[in-house]
Write a protein that binds this ligand. Structure first.
Ligand SMILES: [Zn+2]
Length: 140
C-alpha cells in the first residue's frame, strides 16, 4: 500500500513536471532567457574581452604582435570609459609606451606606423567595428 502510494506520487509529480515544462517552453522566448554571464560580472567581462580580441584575431591593433591587454583609445585619466569603441586589444609594450597620450598623434610617431592601421583605429573609435575588423584582418 505504501509502495503504491509513493509510486502514484512519483508518477503524479512527473506528469506535473512535464506539463509545467511544456507550458514554460511555450511562453518562454529566447530573448527572455537569463544567461550565466548576466549574474557573474567576471564571466561577462571575460566574454567581452574575448569578443574584442576576436575582432583583431588576438593581435595588437597598433603593431600586430599578439595582444596581451586592452588599451583605452581615449585614456581613462582623461575621462575615457571602458566601452567597446574605446577599448582595443594591444600588446603590453604598446600599452606602456602609449600611456595616456592621444592615440593617433602617438601612433604617427611610432616606427611601426601603418596608415591602414590608423584607418582601422579611427574606424574603431567611430564604433565601426566591422570596418576596423576588415581593415585589420586584411593586414594580418
Ligand atoms: Zn603592440
Amino acid at each position: 500500500m505504501i509502495l503504491k502510494a509513493s509510486s502514484y506520487l512519483f508518477n503524479h509529480t512527473l506528469k506535473k513536471t512535464v506539463i509545467i515544462r511544456k507550458k514554460f517552453k511555450n511562453i518562454m522566448h529566447k530573448q527572455d532567457a537569463i544567461y550565466l554571464d548576466q549574474f557573474c560580472p567576471k564571466i561577462k567581462n571575460k566574454n567581452w574581452r574575448e569578443s574584442i580580441n576576436k575582432l583583431t584575431k588576438c593581435k595588437c591593433i597598433y603593431c600586430g604582435k599578439p595582444s596581451e591587454s586592452l588599451d583605452h583609445l581615449h585614456p581613462m585619466s582623461k575621462g575615457g570609459i571602458s566601452s567597446t569603441s574605446n577599448c582595443v586589444p594591444c600588446c603590453l609594450s604598446c600599452n606602456g609606451k602609449k600611456s595616456d597620450s592621444e592615440v593617433l598623434s602617438w601612433y604617427r610617431k611610432q616606427n611601426f606606423y601603418d596608415p591602414r592601421r590608423a584607418m582601422a583605429i579611427r574606424a574603431w573609435q567611430n564604433d565601426d567595428l566591422k570596418l576596423a575588423s576588415v581593415l585589420l584582418n586584411y593586414l594580418n
